[in-house]
Design a protein around this ligand. Sequence first.
Ligand SMILES: [Zn+2]
Length: 402
Amino acid sequence: MKKTALIVILALIPVLAIAGTGRAKYVFFFIGDGMGFNHVSLAEYYSGHTEGLHGSLPLSFSAFPVLGWAVTHSASNLITDSAAAGTALSTGTKTNNGMLATAPDSTTSLKSISYKIHEAGYRVGISSTVGLNHATPAAFYGSSISRNDYYGIAAQIPACGFEFLAGGGLIDSRGSDGNCTSAYDIIENSGYTIAEGLDDFAGKKNSTDRIMLLQENGRERTELPFAIDRSATDMTQADLVRASIDFLYSEDGPGFLIMSEGGKIDWASHSNDTKAAILETISLSDAVAVAVAFYEQHPDETLIVVTADHETGGLTLGLEDGYNLYFDKIDSIDCSRDKASEDGKDMMKELSREARIGWTTSDHSAANVPVFAIGAGSSLFSGRMDNTEIPERICKAMNIIF
Ligand SMILES: [Zn+2]
């Protein structure tokens, strides 16, 4: 073969690899808040432990064929917060910690890809296990110089017009002083239907084109329970993803973007709560499994991307000394630290130490985060990337101008 012909073929390989899987019509974008590589490793080893194995079992997404890693620093800090990281993942621009879809100049609003994708005719669904006006989901519809302006952020929901919103409710739904008009009323009056619980959702979903799904008594609550504290009737992130597909997919429909956040991996990790962090990561895996089942029905047109906004806790597998982990030490832990007594908290910390699981901070770390992908356009997500490149690559996979 002539050298020039070989060069042409080599140059075409990435193009063919993307073209070969077609345009992504159905996109799932999962964000495990605070989920570093070691959170994934830990959940894998724990899954192996529960199956009686010496070793680890893959999560629904950790054996995806494409693996990349993303750099997470913000414009202001080497260790990002969720607002700046959410902004990077949503708009493709770095901003300062604490700022939401607003440039570091404090005045320029940044546009989320969810708007670009919606304007291109796709349906959009946003869900989270924490409050819908918490930083990560909010970065996909809202904009504010402060992530803490919860009421002001919630009040931006009507204008987004996205078809499906689901999660743990709204923080400060009556304003930080409790004296404002209910944000739920503002959202309902703008044309959204609010459903509380899956039965209510089933009854209302066919008579509205925009819905906000909360858990039962969801207007009074701001987060889904930790997986470890969950009762049989509590909604899960997998339920949110199932409901979003149910609402957004139709056989002759335009396609969709579904962004779904597992928000409490971060919360468990801030508390250095080992068992809760493991079960939250597995809960995200269960939610991704719902998307994988959809992908298997629509393999040529579906893209699934799973990443994190940052790592939380400086989690390490192996502590002090020795060459083993002892998961049987944490088998007896049956609630989150939030629910434990003071003595229980001390005991949980000691059991985690005996299991040789280490935490080096109660804040975030600067560790790079994994990017897992499968399906149409997934080859775009291999290798090292900046977190700002992820939304750009999603648009590219969908053939939408970024
Ligand atoms: Zn955090």
